[in-house]
Write a new protein. Structure first.
Length: 384
């Protein structure tokens, strides 16, 4: 089960910086993830540093035998209790357990526990981790910046006057890109959409493509291109949503197999962590429809951007294990001799360290999966 992450408070950061042998010199404003810090302390100060960190966090001596056991204790015991004065509640939990007491945009309790930060300052730390949990493409830094813009008004879906929760027109859980393009909805309407598309969504996405936007990630492009032109109504759009859900299942399953086989370096090339070096300002933002005249990128390359890269890389790889461990899924793999042959080709190329060949085979694998889904339909919903 995935859980919400928390971050060290100001006093805890000061104590960590005083650990002998630790050269992190954490800045409280960097807002570092506790699990990232454990790895950094182990790397710079070894086991002695890990034991000192465990003492700072109030972990019983019997639990802190290594960095691995410390991480497990922090995840399973310390984080759920979120002791005041030691940890501060994280601004987002991991999907799908987003409303488990920490909340996805929990400025309510965050501002009470994390004194010294005003609400607008806290908003700057809200990032949508789902882009990495679903391994999608897109300028996630720009998209996250736009998501943080404060906007409220009449929900176009239910006519409720509420603070807007920006909604992805193309769900990233289906393979669409995480890009700065959202529909303003109230929270309940946003949540109820889940990963289902309607006819209007498909038409908007196609029009955005015509305008030059990249709306689809590489692994879902084959099935999107094969079927988008056939969508004539909401029923067709729902059928496409179901096929793309199964397509995404194949993608994440293959990523997990590659990780398990020990080729994490190859997977790291798919994450686009370079966007952490960008920050943005916005011109001409319209609260009513979440549009803008221009997003202006500003390059950054500092300790905060580097820590964000490390954090999201860990989030992405942990998400693969979490996804694989959840076996009660209403989805099934498609099979064919061609698919199996190309899958074998991916691993043969990886063993030869031929990453380009592995990537080509991976693209071919996803195209074959898409072809099976479009021609034969979604398999009966049972886990293999």
């Amino acid at each position: 089960m995935s859980i919400a992450y928390v971050y060290p408070t100001r006093n805890t950061v000061k104590k960590i910086n005083d650990i002998k042998g630790v050269s992190l010199q954490l800045d409280y404003h960097e807002f570092r993830d506790v699990l990232d810090i454990i790895a950094d302390v182990e790397e710079t100060a070894g086991r002695d540093g890990v034991l000192a960190l465990a003492e700072i966090l109030g972990v019983p001596e019997s639990e802190a035998l290594s960095a691995r056991t410390l991480r497990e204790y922090v995840k399973k015991s310390l984080i759920p209790s979120s002791p005041k004065g030691v940890l501060s509640p994280g601004s987002m939990s991991n999907a799908p357990d987003r409303f488990d007491g920490f909340h996805s945009y929990n400025l309510c309790c965050r501002s009470k526990q994390d004194t010294g930060r005003d609400v607008e300052n806290l908003r700057t730390y809200v990032d949508d981790r789902r882009a990495f949990e679903w391994w999608c493409e897109g300028d996630w830094a720009a998209a996250n910046f736009l998501m943080r813009q404060k906007a409220s008004g009449i929900c176009p879906n239910c006519a409720r006057n509420a603070r807007f929760a920006p909604d992805h027109i193309g769900p990233i859980s289906l393979g669409f890109t995480h890009r700065p393009r959202f529909r303003p909805l109230c929270g309940p309407c946003n949540s109820s959409r889940n990963n289902r598309m309607n006819y209007d969504d498909v038409r908007i996405l196609i029009n955005d493509e015509i305008e030059g936007d990249k709306v689809i990630s590489w692994h879902a492009k084959a099935i999107w291109d094969m079927y988008k032109g056939r969508v004539r109504n909401d029923e067709d759009a729902l059928k496409l949503s179901k096929m793309m859900r199964v397509n995404q299942h194949h993608y994440l399953t293959m990523l997990w197999k590659i990780k398990k086989a020990g080729f994490s370096g190859f997977l790291g090339q798919l994450l686009h962590l370079e966007y952490a070096d960008n920050k943005y300002s916005i011109e001409g933002f319209n609260e009513a429809d979440f549009t803008f005249e221009r997003l202006v990128p500003h390059h950054r390359h500092d300790t905060y951007s580097e820590s964000k890269k490390k954090r999201f890389r860990r989030v992405a790889f942990e998400a693969l294990d979490d996804y694989h461990d959840k076996t009660a899924r209403n989805v099934r793999m498609v099979k064919s001799s061609k698919i199996e042959e190309v899958e074998d080709g991916i691993f043969r190329a990886l063993k030869r360290k031929a990453d380009k060949s592995a990537r080509r085979n991976f693209m071919k694998y996803m195209a074959l999966v898409a072809e099976e889904l479009v021609n034969k339909g979604v398999p009966r919903a049972h886990w293999d």
